[in-house]
Design a protein. Structure first.
Length: 202
């Protein structure tokens, strides 16, 4: 797939479940919490996760925009959406870390003993995470070594076999035709993800 086409997919790929879903229907094992101004970063990461981990790893995208309406009990709504979730990806930037919505969702996940992975970006460093996030093993989207670490960690928590390869030099030497094809697709998706991060950070 051409880089331009993959960028178009990233720009429009925000998978959400229907607003009128019944509890227990279409439950996601991965829940991504972010603020709506930073949706493009969340969408780029969702694209990579989908390509590397497949359908079982596709995150449910939860932003603060029009998410809870006046008069609703926010904690009950969040608890419903977290039903069946194994991993929460908390998208933390200098802006989002101060927003109540992201902290509400993190708190709700904490009470259910769900795995929470802080994902730092837009200049927020892992060493600068406030408590209680500083007690969690976080990743930084600016650190390339953290990208595969995040994918492997998610596969572990989701009980998935990790078969991806994000390294071009390995993709060229690996196994048979099918293995090489998948490895090359993984590498292309990963390279497009990195280009998208650079573009968003400009």
């Amino acid at each position: 797939m051409a880089a331009g086409n993959e960028r178009q997919i990233i720009s429009r790929l925000v998978i959400r479940f229907p607003e009128d879903r019944q509890l227990g229907d279409l439950m996601a094992q991965v829940f991504m919490s972010f603020i709506h101004e930073e949706e493009k970063y969340a969408s780029a990461l969702q694209f990579l996760i989908m390509r590397i981990l497949g359908g079982e790893g596709i995150p449910f995208m939860s932003s603060d925009k029009f998410h809870i309406y006046a008069g609703e009990r926010w904690i009950e709504q969040i608890m419903k959406e977290l039903a069946g979730t194994k991993v929460v990806l908390l998208m933390l930037s200098p802006t989002s870390v101060q927003r109540p919505w992201v902290n509400f969702e993190a708190g709700a996940a904490w009470t259910r003993a769900i795995i929470i992975i802080p994902v730092c970006f837009r200049g927020l460093k892992k060493d600068d995470l406030p408590k209680p996030y500083s007690s969690l093993q976080a990743v930084d989207l600016r650190a390339s070594e953290d990208h595969e670490y995040l994918m492997r960690s998610m596969a572990h928590h989701l009980d998935l076999e990790y078969t991806a390869n994000l390294h071009p030099e390995i993709a060229e030497a690996i196994g048979g035709p099918e293995s090489r094809k998948k490895s090359e697709e993984d590498v292309r998706a990963y390279e497009e993800f990195k280009r998208e991060l650079v573009r968003l950070d400009r």
